[in-house]
Design a protein around this ligand. Structure first.
Ligand SMILES: [Zn+2]
Length: 269
């Protein structure tokens, strides 16, 4: 190999290797850094659920919020002016899901905020035909980003920490689900968590919800969860964080699987 070609290859390797090391060190620094007193106060005020987080989870939680704020840009649509409090609110809700584990929203770079519910064109394949439907949405999660949210519903969802409804937790459950490669209700499970058990418990509870919806029986899990497996996972995640004792009472096996997945026990907080 000519010397010049060798030098170019070594140069390219050094360049990308150097960039990788700098970015890894930067990430590590952010993950270790605690939030400021002002940031803590803002998060405690706008995301009351975060105040319940056990002390041993706080360092990782705060580090991930730092990393989130560094990696993800939040853009306002239709007149929304994005403030520090709004960015903190979204980051603090999104990071609740990953405060107990090493999971990370690797590919997420962008969040779009609408003032309220927004219209979105949905494409759906029916046989050989693609149909388009204009739907009103509170949130949307794309496999490789972005996450699109109604700010009004994101704010209200955080303010009421006990109603089992939280659009930010819902959309980030889809993001988490997608980290396994597909958004299909099967996230990357915790180390040692049995897939066979997860699947059996998940499908059992899903079938029960579908039957409840058909009969008109109310469940702690919102009927929207009966749409498909990925919506079931997202809706159950909302309930796991916001009505954990009710979920544990009604679906103990499902609660235990979610508790292992998230490495958390919100019913005990
Ligand atoms: Zn959904």
């Amino acid at each position: 190999m000519p010397l010049l070609a060798l030098l170019i290859i070594v140069g390219v390797l050094l360049f990308f290797g150097g960039r990788f090391i700098v970015s890894t060190l930067h990430k590590r620094r952010l993950l270790r850094r605690p939030l400021t007193a002002d940031q803590r106060a803002m998060i405690a005020a706008c995301v009351p659920l975060s105040r319940r987080l056990p002390a041993q989870l706080r360092p990782r939680y705060e580090g991930k919020i730092n990393l989130f704020l560094d990696q993800v840009e939040v853009f306002g649509y239709e007149g929304v002016e994005v403030t520090e409090a709004m960015r903190l609110s979204i980051a603090a809700q999104a990071c609740l899901l990953i405060a107990g584990t090493t999971a990370w929203y690797d590919s997420l770079r962008t969040i779009l905020l609408y003032p309220s519910a927004f219209r979105s064109m949905q494409k759906r394949r029916e046989g050989y035909v693609i149909r388009e439907r204009n739907q009103t949405r509170l949130g949307e999660s794309w496999r490789y980003g972005p996450v699109i949210l109604s700010w009004q519903h994101s704010r209200e969802g955080a303010e009421d920490a006990d109603d089992g409804k939280n659009v930010v937790i819902h959309e980030f459950a889809h993001q988490l689900d997608g980290l396994s490669g597909d958004v299909n209700g099967v996230p990357t499970l915790a180390q040692g968590q049995s897939f066979a058990q997860w699947e059996a418990v998940f499908l059992d509870a899903y079938t029960r919800l579908v039957a409840d919806v058909a009969r008109g029986t109310r469940s702690v899990i919102d009927g929207y969860g009966a749409t498909n497996h990925q919506e079931f996972f997202a809706v159950c995640t909302e309930v796991f964080f916001e009505r954990p004792t009710d979920l544990k009472a009604e679906e103990p096996a499902l609660y235990a699987q979610f508790s292992t997945l998230f490495q958390m026990d919100p019913a005990a907080w």
